[in-house]
Design a protein around this ligand. Sequence first.
Ligand code: ZN
Length: 124
Amino acid sequence: MAHRHVTIALKEATRSQCRFRVGAVLVKGGRILGRSCNRRRNSARTDFRHATFHAEEMLMRSIDAPRRSEVYVARLSSTGAPMLARPCPRCQHLLVSCGVTLAHYTTSTGTTGTVHLADSNRRR
Ligand SMILES: [Zn+2]
């Protein structure tokens, strides 16, 4: 868990125009390969749940993730404090299919959590 990458994900979140500001950074071997924040979708016809592109989704659209890479996901409150940013099931599924094996995320208590994506989605 590299604090530097969490800081960069938080900084990326400040660029978001969404009500819930989330930033995501793709890392492999300590090297930053890409960064994205969540974005509003243009169409008002999309249903509410999917009214934004999640930061992880924007990230996977912007770059081809190498195998066994990691993402750092950070969410900011309106006052700029870190919030829980655990990737939703849809994003976890997307990240696994793109080759990402670990997702680190901020929490509201200032700590970070980790999801082992390959483990929770292992198929026999
Ligand atoms: Zn998501």
